[in-house]
Design a protein around this ligand. Structure first.
Ligand SMILES: NC(=O)c1ccc[n+]([C@@H]2O[C@H](COP(=O)([O-])OP(=O)(O)OC[C@H]3O[C@@H](n4cnc5c(N)ncnc54)[C@H](O)[C@@H]3O)[C@@H](O)[C@H]2O)c1
Length: 250
């Protein structure tokens, strides 16, 4: 049976842990030929790359240490991509940071840090990816937003929530840039998903508040990212898919 991502080349930011690592495993399972695994934590990215290549030898994974908010680091990722694969089909802007700092205590430093990783990073990667994808007439860009981008920050900081609202608008704007060139750009807005980030929200979160009575698993998100990365979603662009067990419905 044909796999959904047969022969595709992907780049996943924040691919060393949590949902990003799960996206990488899912892409390899579905026949991706290469994945650039971008992460601030080089040893995590390397461990995910080795684990995937042991299980799926047909998928070559290249880990790259990168702070997504630093332009020179981002450029280096694209140099590695060019050297190793020479093309790009799928970008997942997944790297993100959060906090629980009360609004009144939030400093400009906190604010700029969160914006640097969550939004500036996504802009830098999307801009470079779009150049490659427009030239080849094909591409899929998937941005990780959040339920907080729709409803505002409460369990997360206001900085976090507003970056995720901006992610929805970045998605629509990039979608308009790419639409006539075969490049789609969509976002996924998860509810609370069991990763290291979710632990930041801590015990003040009751899974019974979710209509499905459970937190999400990284696989619940990765399957939706897979749909957006594949040709199954070919006539969708600028959309946001809410994946939250019914916590927020639009
Ligand atoms: N977990 C949740 O409940 C939840 C809910 C909604 C949205 N999200 C979003 O989903 C995405 C993935 O979240 P997760 O829960 O898997 O997070 P996580 O904390 O488990 O993993 C994030 C990964 O990003 C990497 N990273 C952090 N800063 C970076 C930087 N500056 N440059 C490069 N890499 C960096 C980390 O090293 C880590 O590997 C994020 O954008 C997050 O905002 C998460």
């Amino acid at each position: 049976m044909k796999q959904l991502l047969e022969g595709k080349i992907a780049m996943v930011t924040g691919g060393g842990a949590g949902m990003g690592a799960c996206d990488c495993r899912t892409f390899a399972r579905e026949g991706a030929a290469g994945i650039v695994i971008v992460d601030l934590n080089e040893s995590d990215a390397r461990a995910v790359a080795e684990e995937i290549m042991a299980e799926y030898p047909a998928c070559r994974c290249v880990p790259v240490r990168c702070n997504v908010s630093v332009e020179a680091d981002v450029d280096r990722c694209f140099q590695v991509l060019e050297q190793e694969f020479g093309t790009l089909d799928i970008l997942v802007n997944n790297a993100g940071v959060t906090n629980k700092i009360p609004f009144d205590e939030m400093t400009l430093e906190h604010w700029n840090f969160t914006y640097g990783v969550n939004i500036t990073g996504a802009f830098l990667f999307a801009q470079r990816a779009l150049r490659i994808m427009k030239a080849k007439g094909y591409g899929r860009i998937i941005n990780m937003a959040s339920i907080a981008g729709h409803v505002g920050g409460l369990t997360s900081g206001v900085d976090y929530a507003t970056t995720k609202g901006a992610m929805l608008t970045l998605t629509k704007s990039v979608a308009k840039q790419g639409a006539a060139f075969g490049v789609t750009c969509n976002s996924v807005a998860p509810g609370n998903i069991k990763t290291a980030m979710e632990k930041v929200f801590g015990s003040d979160w009751d899974p019974m508040a979710v209509p499905m009575h459970r937190l999400g698993e990284p696989e619940d998100i990765a399957d939706v990212v897979l749909f957006l990365a594949s040709d199954m979603s070919r006539y969708m662009t600028g959309c946001c898919l809410n994946v939250n067990g019914g916590l927020f419905m639009q």
